[in-house]
Design a protein around this ligand. Structure first.
Ligand code: HEM
Ligand code: HEM
Ligand SMILES: *[C@@H]1O[C@H](CO)[C@@H](O)[C@H](O)[C@H]1NC(C)=O
Ligand SMILES: *[C@@H]1O[C@H](CO)[C@@H](O)[C@H](O)[C@H]1NC(C)=O
Ligand SMILES: *[C@@H]1O[C@H](CO)[C@@H](O)[C@H](O)[C@H]1NC(C)=O
Ligand SMILES: *[C@@H]1O[C@H](CO)[C@@H](O)[C@H](O)[C@H]1NC(C)=O
Ligand SMILES: *[C@@H]1O[C@H](CO)[C@@H](O)[C@H](O)[C@H]1NC(C)=O
Length: 422
């Protein structure tokens, strides 16, 4: 039977696609703790840094060497921070420590490498106190007085032609009442704009820019961050499978297997409800994880993605309730109800697909995600197209057959005495 073979093969193929998607996603999950050879060379030239590691965002690297201060109330750390600019200069690269309870931008005491020109002239390192006002867009001015930083010395910046890395370094003496060697809050950032006096202007606020914080134990190199990478991927997969794959399959089932071209009484209904309910449940769990993620990172927000998400949840919930609340088959409102249910259903699909691509863009986890979902959509689209063409072919064939039958019947009626109609 063409119905069961096409639906079971569509199911197994979409399962295969989902598996491929998951594989593509988790193969990129591991990252290395050490730094690149190029950066290690830079660090060794500069100071006696003994440790180095790649930081988790913006492809940045961090080298350091921590020593006891002259007395118990301070400790000293030589740092080197390496990064490539996002674009051509001008730009800035920043690293800083935060004496507050959390590693975050506000409160950070930063050393910033200023890169005004392409030809590496005029590069310098300045120190800044990053405040609430900075975040609100206030003008940044360099300052000598950093909170809890007793001394900044031996600052330098250099460019490595081979690797394209800029590296800033400095020796900091930190107050041990405000900073903890084994739990140091540090942040880093890259910006692409300078004001006329070469002070940094706002950096982009994509996920990797706002993720550029962690707490580090300088004695061991271990870091403690809220690493939400896995949960974000789970969020993405659940939403793609639930809203983005199962709901559209349910719509295809309802469209082509209810009356025309295939009529599978009851069957289509079970399949439609099964697809929509599991799709809804999986989607809602993905949505809930999204809400949790949004709540956990309350210092920044992805407003459009969030607004669409709330819209999707609200209206899919209404569509699900519709299953219980729809008017009776014989009711005259049923026609209007059907129109509205279908209209909202197609509209929701468009918004869901848009929001999935928006989410994929926010995640910035490579092209794999995009192509995986494009693959799923192309597959569903091909099935829809095939069924649509089949519908029309069948429609035309049936009409032709009808005409032929009518002609036959006409011939028969003229041959037979009148009143012989069944
Ligand atoms: C130059 C002026 C700056 C402006 C106007 C600015 C603005 C902002 C804004 C608006 C956000 C929140 C993003 C969102 O809600 O989507 C943010 C986040 C962040 N910024 Fe900046 N920023 C500036 C400089 C810096 C510097 C110099 C650093 C690093 C030393 C930095 C590090 C961070 C980090 C780590 C975050 C994410 C974590 C958090 O929100 O606390 N920013 N910034
Ligand atoms: C239609 C499906 C989707 C819905 C309903 C949805 C829902 C949500 C919600 C409610 C949030 C919290 C927003 C906030 O408060 O800031 C969120 C955040 C997010 N979503 Fe989605 N999402 C969907 C698809 C996706 C996809 C496919 C991806 C990636 C592949 C994705 C990636 C993200 C990321 C990276 C965040 C930010 C997490 C964070 O702040 O740490 N989303 N999503
Ligand atoms: C590096 O260490 C050597 C000996 O271990 C010392 O002589 C030198 O002064 C140190 N350099 C810096 C910049 O600390
Ligand atoms: C720093 O001082 C502590 C004692 O306060 C000592 O145990 C530790 O070995 C010292 N570290 C270095 C690198 O000298
Ligand atoms: C510790 O050393 C710093 C400078 O390195 C100095 O300012 C401070 O007064 C010293 N504190 C004590 C208690 O000696
Ligand atoms: C660090 O700076 C001091 C002056 O603040 C200078 O005497 C010393 O030579 C510098 N050390 C290095 C390794 O550049
Ligand atoms: C530094 O952090 C460690 C680990 O959380 C803690 O045990 C220690 O008491 C802290 N030290 C200071 C001076 O706050």
């Amino acid at each position: 039977m063409s119905f069961s073979s096409s639906s079971s093969s569509s199911c197994s193929t979409s399962l295969l696609l989902i598996l491929l998607l998951i594989l593509a996603i988790f193969s990129g999950a591991a990252f290395s703790q050490d730094c690149s050879d190029d950066f290690w060379k830079l660090v060794k030239n500069k100071d006696n840094s003994t440790s180095c590691k790649s930081l988790r965002t913006l492809e940045t690297e961090f080298g350091w060497n921590v020593r006891n201060g002259t007395n118990k109330s301070t400790f000293s750390v030589d740092v080197t921070f390496g990064a490539s600019l996002l674009m051509e200069p001008p730009g800035w690269i920043a690293w800083g420590v935060n004496p507050g309870p959390r590693p975050e931008m506000i409160g950070t005491q930063a050393i910033i490498g200023i890169i005004p020109n392409n030809d590496n002239s005029g590069m310098e390192v300045r120190t800044y106190d990053i405040t609430k006002e900075t975040r609100m867009g206030c003008h940044l001015e360099p300052t000598e007085n950093l909170n809890g930083v007793v001394q900044v010395s031996n600052t330098s910046i250099e460019y490595d032609h081979g690797s394209g890395l800029y590296a800033i370094s400095a020796r900091l003496v930190l107050s041990s009442t405000l900073y903890n060697v084994t739990r140091l809050n540090h942040v880093w950032q890259i910006g692409a704009a300078l004001d006329p006096s070469n002070n940094p202007l706002k950096h982009p606020t994509t996920l990797r820019n706002v993720d550029s914080t962690e707490t580090i134990d300088l004695t061991s190199g271990q870091s403690y961050g809220q690493n939400r990478a896995l949960l974000r991927k789970v969020h993405g997969v659940l939403n793609i499978v639930g809203w983005g794959t199962l709901l559209p399959i349910g719509v295809i089932v309802a469209r082509y297997f209810k009356v025309y071209p295939f009529r599978f009484n009851k069957w289509w209904m079970y399949l439609h409800i099964a697809c929509q309910s599991t799709g809804y449940l999986i989607g809602v769990s993905g949505w809930a994880i999204g809400l949790w993620l949004g709540h956990a990172s309350k210092y920044y927000i992805f407003q459009n993605h969030r607004t669409f998400a709330i819209f999707i949840f609200t209206f899919t919930t209404i569509q699900m309730l519709a299953l219980r609340l729809r008017p009776n088959e014989k009711d005259e409102y049923r026609k209007y109800w059907n129109m509205y249910h279908h209209f909202l259903g197609y509209g929701l699909l468009v918004i869901i697909i848009m929001n999935i691509f928006k989410g994929i863009r926010i995640l910035q986890a490579g092209q794999g995600w995009k192509w995986a979902y494009v693959g799923i959509l192309a597959f569903l689209g091909a099935i829809t197209l095939g069924l649509e063409i089949f519908t029309w072919a069948k429609f035309l064939y049936d009409k032709e057959k009808q005409k032929r039958d009518d002609r036959m019947r006409d011939k028969n009626t003229t041959d037979q005495p009148a009143g012989g109609k069944p």
